[in-house]
Ligand binder design. Structure first.
Ligand SMILES: Cc1ncc(COP(=O)(O)O)c(C=O)c1O
Length: 392
């Protein structure tokens, strides 16, 4: 249930400050912090192994909760320590040979692009960027024209790091599957603020992080792999959890997505992630999506009234990321001045989404990402602050 008073009581810093960086690393609610810290304290009493053994059922439930959130089954989830780890573990396991094609989107995240370029060099595959259409979303007609049977993988960023659009994942999956290409959805910025149902979207794999819109601890993330697909892929690195040493010269891969997991992890952080996902499920993703969208639109409308401020968000469908610049002001200076007033925003730099920022002639943008725990009055305070000193 969406009870803003309770939610804000669970998030003391959402009251004592104006926190607008859930696209960076959000404020975890108290139950997440308590579960994480309690486990570290328990490890200090009985040791990490006994402490983990005591929580085996809760650890297994983390995957069940994530699976519920995205409409999957637990065997399709691999827990990891970041979105990038999840994305690359899947990406590097897809076989590529000379002449194969990798399609990335215009708003591709730098880490994904770097991995694709590295693999292209190693395998003789090519990397191509699908342009965006005038709305800012991926150009579906251009994608359709680019697709042929040499395309092995289409990477789509669901919600980019540098602006407020949401890409049409279902349409991309439909087109890509006509030529047998795999669709890897980077849901790092959408999971936790937008309804993401892997069945509806039809994606083959999805990568996500815990620390952003899910409000989990840092160092958490997960990979989803569609049923039947994980069994056909061999991850680039294995250990005694992703595979079993069955004979002197033999090993057997885990039968499901856990072949993408290593044994060692922060148990405390994973338990915290489970609590974060349950917290979200309890509020309901539809209520969260509506609340985030209403806040982001309110902020955009407010910022548009400030002389010298340009809001840069594109897309027919928009996320909770609000990106803007102020004429004659360095975004980093604006961020620092707002921080001094207790308002946390961040800056998204060209290097994170190089192709898109170059094409739009942007070097960096101020990024405000209000989650559902922010009040409209707090957003008005940011706008008022921009009016009085344009960030001074
Ligand atoms: C769109 C997108 N993809 C991937 C990432 C990388 O996430 P992580 O730092 O958890 O690896 C980010 C981080 O900001 C992102 O915004």
């Amino acid at each position: 249930m969406f009870d803003l008073d309770r939610i804000r009581r669970d998030t003391p810093a959402a009251v004592s400050s104006i926190f607008l960086d859930s696209a960076g690393s959000s404020l975890p609610p108290d139950p997440v912090v308590d579960a994480t810290v309690a486990h570290i304290r328990r490890e200090a009493v009985v040791g990490g192994y006994r402490a983990a053994n005591e929580r085996m059922a809760d650890l297994a439930a983390v995957k069940t909760s994530i699976a519920r959130l995205i409409g999957a089954t637990p065997s399709g989830i691999a827990l990891s320590d970041s979105a990038t780890r999840s994305w690359s573990d899947f990406f590097y396991s897809v076989p590529l040979t000379r002449g194969d094609r990798i399609l990335l989107c215009q708003v591709e995240y730098a880490s994904n692009a770097i991995a694709a370029l590295q693999r292209a060099t190693a395998t003789g595959a090519s990397v191509e960027f699908v342009p965006s259409d005038p709305s800012g979303q991926i150009d579906l007609a251009a994608l359709e024209n680019m697709l042929d049977e040499r395309v092995r993988i289409v990477s789509l960023v669901h919600a980019p790091t540098n602006g407020g659009l949401v890409n049409p994942a279902r349409e991309v999956s439909e087109l890509a599957h006509r030529v047998g290409a795999l669709v890897l959805l980077d849901a790092c910025q959408s999971i936790g603020q937008v309804r993401v149902d892997v069945g509806e979207l039809g994606v083959d794999a999805l990568s996500a992080t815990g620390r952003k819109w899910l409000r989990g601890p840092r160092g958490t993330g997960f990979l989803y792999v569609r049923p039947g697909l994980a069994e056909t892929l061999e991850p680039p690195a294995l250990d005694l959890h992703s595979a079993q040493w069955t004979g002197e010269r033999e090993y057997q891969l885990a039968p499901d997505a856990s072949r993408f997991e290593f044994w060692e992890c922060s148990v405390a952080a994973r338990l915290g992630l489970g609590v974060a996902v349950d917290y979200l499920l309890d509020i309901g993703i539809d209520a969260v999506q509506d609340a985030v969208s209403a806040r982001a639109e309110h902020l955009r409308a407010g910022l548009r009234t400030v002389a010298g401020v340009t809001v840069h968000d594109l897309g027919d469908r928009r996320s909770g990321i609000v990106s803007f610049t102020v004429d004659g002001r360095n975004p980093t200076d604006v961020r620092d001045e707002l921080a001094a007033k207790g308002i946390t925003v961040t800056v998204s730099h060209r290097r994170s989404t190089l192709v898109d920022m170059n094409l739009r002639g942007l070097d960096s943008v101020i990024r405000a990402s209000p989650h559902y725990f922010v009040t409209f009055d707090q957003l008005d305070e940011l706008v008022a602050s921009m009016h009085t000193g344009r960030g001074h």
